[in-house]
Design a protein around this ligand. Structure first.
Ligand code: XMP
Ligand code: MG
Length: 179
């Protein structure tokens, strides 16, 4: 598995240090608010697990799975809910936890849904952001690292469902894609 990696962009240590910072910032922001923290499956599950351990205030968690129709490495903008929330978001302060924002289509659709369900507030934390790829006007409230426009794997992110369990984020060798 490690043989397939061309370059490590951020190490496990760098990621964990950043998550500590994000956790402290978010804890201050939501102190006394009992936020509902929503993990967007599957990519964000590792970030979610590490992040909530660093947000030392009372909070609740729920999980949602979405998929965008269309090509495998690009969002089509049409988002399908595979698994919806178990709880209602009405009058809740919602924090969406995402792994990576690319075009921004998935998240703008999700934000729309949650606002229509009358959440009091909807904010976004993403570990990785590719701002150069944005096709809609969307800025995360909190983010970890900006990435260049290349396909990345590790720390929850996959290529064909593999590599999610790498503790760092990196770029695959070209030969992995070409088989
Ligand atoms: P949009 O374009 O809607 O897409 O912002 C966000 C979703 O696309 C996936 N994505 C990636 N997955 N490596 C991945 O493994 C990447 O480099 C990458 N870029 C985008 C991801 O599922 C994200 O939630
Ligand atoms: Mg995702």
């Amino acid at each position: 598995m490690l043989n397939d990696i061309k370059e490590v962009l951020y190490s496990e240590e760098q990621i964990q240090a950043k998550i500590q910072e994000l956790g402290e910032t978010i804890a201050k922001e939501y102190e006394g608010k009992n936020p509902l923290v929503i993990c967007v499956l599957k990519g964000a599950f590792i970030f979610m697990a590490d992040l909530v351990k660093r947000v030392n205030i009372p909070l609740e968690m729920d999980f949602m799975a979405v998929s965008s129709y269309g090509q495998s490495t690009k969002s089509s903008g049409v988002v399908k809910i595979i698994k919806d929330l178990d709880v209602t978001v009405e009058h809740r302060d919602v924090l969406i936890v995402e792994d990576i924002i690319d075009s921004g289509l998935t998240l703008s659709y999700l934000i729309d849904i949650l606002k229509r369900r009358n959440a009091s507030s909807v904010k976004i934390v993403t570990l990785f952001d590719k701002p150069a790829r944005r096709t809609v006007d969307l800025t995360p409230d909190y983010y970890g690292f900006e990435l260049p426009d290349s396909f990345v794997v590790g720390y929850g992110l996959d290529y064909a469902e593999k590599y999610r369990n790498l503790p760092f984020i990196g770029v695959l060798k070209e030969e992995v894609y070409s088989g």
